[in-house]
Write a protein that binds this ligand. Structure first.
Ligand SMILES: Nc1ncnc2c1ncn2[C@@H]1O[C@H](COP(=O)(O)OP(=O)(O)OP(=O)(O)O)[C@@H](O)[C@H]1O
Ligand SMILES: [Mg+2]
Length: 238
């Protein structure tokens, strides 16, 4: 077994006196898509924010490509190839689709711009038809696609998705799901996916971790979700 590219061990995170995560162990291997499941308030976003450097853990270790990152500010973690898509989409509403994509590629060599743009349009043909449209005038689903596209322009090696299906109609949920599956199958981006829609998660991920009240209460292969997602939902979500 190769070493994980992202490794959390015994991780604790607090908000003041409140312990939001305790003793979290999690590994992500190259080329994998791993799901982080759990009900509202379980600590999923907190975990992503700790990995991305927005929150300092109060204990445990956090390693990215074998290097400790618990002291790194967010921009250094991005530069090392890990990119988080937040629950808000953080687009520049007054700018066009193309300019939003340009901003995503600022930290990369200009010579890779065209290739990265083609890759984004390959995943989201809809964005190609709308290059000149202002981001704020796009539908919620289109904005989500743009946010993902902008992230891809930065050539991430690991992407963290925080409930990308939230608030989207079934058609867009399908499209985003298909895109994440394609991204995973193409193999150069590894994925950590937070999702409450277990059916969507099951289409994308290889393995899952289930969080409850800040701890990992179960983990396993996606086949367990497929067989038994109603039972799992009852056990961990209610
Ligand atoms: N800035 C904060 N200050 C204090 N407590 C916080 C803060 N952010 C989150 N929490 C608490 O930490 C716990 C975990 O929150 P978190 O946002 O990580 O949950 P989540 O699993 O992402 O939930 P959701 O599915 O609703 O997005 C919750 O009890 C929440 O109230
Ligand atoms: Mg959350």
């Amino acid at each position: 077994m190769p070493d994980p590219i992202l490794h959390l061990s015994n991780l604790d995170v607090r908000y003041g006196r409140t312990q939001a995560l305790s003793g979290i162990g999690l590994s992500l291997y190259e080329g994998e898509a791993v799901g982080l499941l759990g009900t509202n308030g379980a600590g999923k976003t907190t975990l992503l924010n700790a990995v991305s450097g927005f929150l300092r853990p109060s204990g445990g270790t956090l390693e990215l490509f074998g290097e400790p990152i618990h002291q790194c500010p967010p921009h250094q973690i991005v530069r090392r190839g890990l990119l988080q898509l937040s629950q808000e989409r953080d687009l520049f509403g007054d700018l066009t689709v193309l300019d939003n994509l340009r901003l995503g590629s600022l930290a990369r060599a200009p010579k890779t711009f065209d290739r990265n743009l083609e890759r984004v349009f390959h995943y989201f043909p809809r964005l190609k038809e709308r290059v000149a449209q202002r981001a704020s005038t796009m539908s919620g689903g289109e904005q989500q696609m743009l946010a993902i596209g902008r992230a891809l322009m930065a050539e991430p090696r690991i992407m963290l998705f925080d409930e990308p299906s939230a608030g989207l109609s079934p058609l867009f949920v399908q499209e985003i799901g298909a895109m994440m599956r394609a991204l995973r199958n193409d193999g150069d981006v590894s994925i950590l996916l937070v999702e409450q829609n277990m059916l969507l998660a099951a289409q994308v991920i290889d393995r899952f971790y289930m969080l409850r009240a800040g701890t990992v209460v179960a983990e396993g292969p996606v086949s367990e979700l497929e067989q038994d997602h109603e039972e799992l939902a009852r056990r961990y979500y209610l």
